[in-house]
Design a protein around this ligand. Sequence first.
Ligand SMILES: [Ca+2]
Length: 178
Amino acid sequence: MEPKTWGVSVIVALLMNILGLGAGLEPPRYEMSLEGQWKLSAGDNYEWKSPEFNDESWKNAQVPAAWESQGLTDYNGYGWYRYTFVVPKEWEKTARGFILDAGQIDDEDITFVNGHDVGSSSGWDVSRSYGVPKSLIKFGEKNVIAIRVYDRTGGGGIHKGPVKLRSGVVGRFDVEGY
Ligand SMILES: [Ca+2]
């Protein structure tokens, strides 16, 4: 290794230790599966991103699974998924941020956590991972994920996992207002 490269490595290692990213200083890793029974509706309405929206009348839908197998037979177009879950209170102490793995979504998505846009992607076989700031999460309380999906043709929906929330920090948070 050339001296110059070695110097950079030392500086990077020191910075990582200062930032608490070094071995032994890392906070506990938290992870919870978000797979199971979600709510699903055909159509498109941005009011559906709101945590306060009542989705009781929506279809129950397994996630992950193509929405054609969950009541939207031969359906192309817009549809929304919603999932309500409680984040453990004890996660608040040490987690610095979170990553939402939203699975593979056929074909396009805009994903919301507690009403805030955390990311969007295109591509039926692209695995989505979005940064979620700690300040967006309600610890020991209900949180709501809402995903607006557009299916151009063929199969649609959140068709492949893993779908989960885990502790972690991505390079930058691409979230409105954060
Ligand atoms: Ca499709």
